[in-house]
Design a protein around this ligand. Structure first.
Ligand SMILES: Nc1ncnc2c1ncn2[C@@H]1O[C@H](COP(=O)(O)OP(=O)(O)OP(=O)(O)O)[C@@H](O)[C@H]1O
Ligand SMILES: [Mg+2]
Length: 366
């Protein structure tokens, strides 16, 4: 294209072919003022350039082409057997995994857990190599990323918490335009910085708040489409994992209440895997709702202070925690007693080697 058009696109942050292709011809026309035929022509050229450079796949592929591509597929494991079984080994690269459920269903907790697990070495279930630690981009629309949740999970899996935090790049976005722009800018990080997981928590929150009126629905859906389409393309082209959370709406349907992920068909069709999280007391149920190759099924798990566990592991861990807490409390009580004038407990005497001389006065001489 000519330098004038190029300059106009640059003003909108479009500086390469990928970014160009992630917009619709209509949007390109609005940005540059070029006519419809020219826009379509640019798209054809851009697509050809990406195909020639093997940056995107041919639309027509043989079964073997796809099989070959899927041999590059990698997984981040949960390190929790029932969930790894449900996901047939963990969340996949080249895929967009959507977890949805009501508030407090543990969507954000799972994101914290997986942001740590991604940084494990490949042999341990993550996507790091000795030379190249895996990084995570977290697009936080709810401002619920918490370093203090990451640290104990990192320690549990033998990772240095400071390094793990350093490798998570968090973008606190405040509106859906920023959400879109931040995702676009993430492409540079993926290419240059070994980003292996993109967390989007949550996908629809800002869109839902900003497009409240019914009349705005189609505009909203076209923006959501653009956003989620780009995220899915990153997963596919760069062989990385994309994990998105989504909220639910409840529709009374005859005798029961139907709980659905929001975002409509646009989200449903773009997500490769959809998993529904349900509360069951303090435990959680994860159900595979939609997958091209996973059998339907559901499993139970529990969130603890150090991340996801099976119910049995969590019970054992919580018992040990209680014991630890009781020990700490006992030590505190002893320490308090030590400070009381005239009282020294036996342990203090023993540890310090202090000799106590009872000189017959009311105060003890030591
Ligand atoms: N340190 C912890 N130890 C044990 N459980 C915790 C801890 N921190 C949070 N939780 C559990 O996680 C729940 C919150 O889960 P989370 O924030 O992942 O929900 P969510 O699905 O993201 O909800 P929302 O839709 O509101 O974003 C808490 O109610 C609590 O039960
Ligand atoms: Mg949350």
């Amino acid at each position: 294209m000519g330098p004038v058009t190029e300059e106009k696109l640059a003003k909108f942050g479009i500086t390469d072919v990928y970014q160009f292709m992630s917009h619709s011809p209509q949007e390109i026309r609005d940005m540059t003022g070029i006519d419809a035929d020219t826009a379509v022509n640019y798209f054809a050229k851009a697509r050809q350039a990406l195909l020639d450079n093997q940056k995107i796949d041919k639309i027509k592929q043989t079964g073997n082409d796809i099989k070959k591509k899927r041999t590059n597929l990698k997984r981040v494991t949960f390190g929790c057997k029932p969930l790894d079984d449900l996901f047939l080994g963990g969340i996949e690269t080249q895929a967009l995994t959507e977890i949805y459920g009501e508030f407090g269903a543990n969507k954000t907790q799972i994101c914290h857990h997986m942001a740590v697990r991604t940084q494990l070495l490949e042999k341990d279930g993550g996507l790091s190599t000795e030379e190249n630690p895996a990084k995570v981009v977290w697009i936080d629309t709810e401002h619920t990323f918490r370093p203090e949740r990451i640290e104990p999970i990192a320690e549990r899996f033998g990772l240095d918490p400071d390094k793990v935090l350093e490798n998570i790049i968090v973008f606190n976005v405040r509106n859906s335009v920023e959400q879109q722009m931040q995702l676009e800018e993430t492409e540079k990080l993926i290419r240059e910085d070994n980003v292996k997981l993109i967390v989007i928590d949550s996908l629809m929150g800002l869109f839902r708040n900003e497009y409240l009126e019914r009349g705005m629905l189609s505009v909203r859906q076209s923006r959501v489409n653009k956003f989620i389409g780009l995220a899915a393309r990153f997963a596919d082209v760069y062989n990385i994992c994309v994990l998105v959370t989504n909220q639910v709406s409840s529709n009374p349907d005859g005798f029961h209440i139907e709980v659905q992920a929001i975002g409509g068909n646009v989200v449903a069709h773009t997500s490769t895997y959809r998993v529904f999280l349900k509360k069951s007391g303090k435990n959680r149920i994860a159900r595979m709702i939609d997958s091209p190759h996973h059998p339907d099924g559901e499993v139970m798990f529990k969130i603890t202070g150090i991340g996801i566990m099976t119910i049995e592991e969590a019970e054992k861990y919580e018992k040990e925690q209680k014991k630890e807490q009781a020990k700490v409390k006992a030590a505190e009580t002893r320490a308090k007693n030590k400070n009381k004038k005239g009282t020294l407990d036996e342990e203090t005497v023993e540890l310090s080697g202090i000799a106590i001389i009872d000189n017959g006065h009311s105060e003890i001489q030591i």
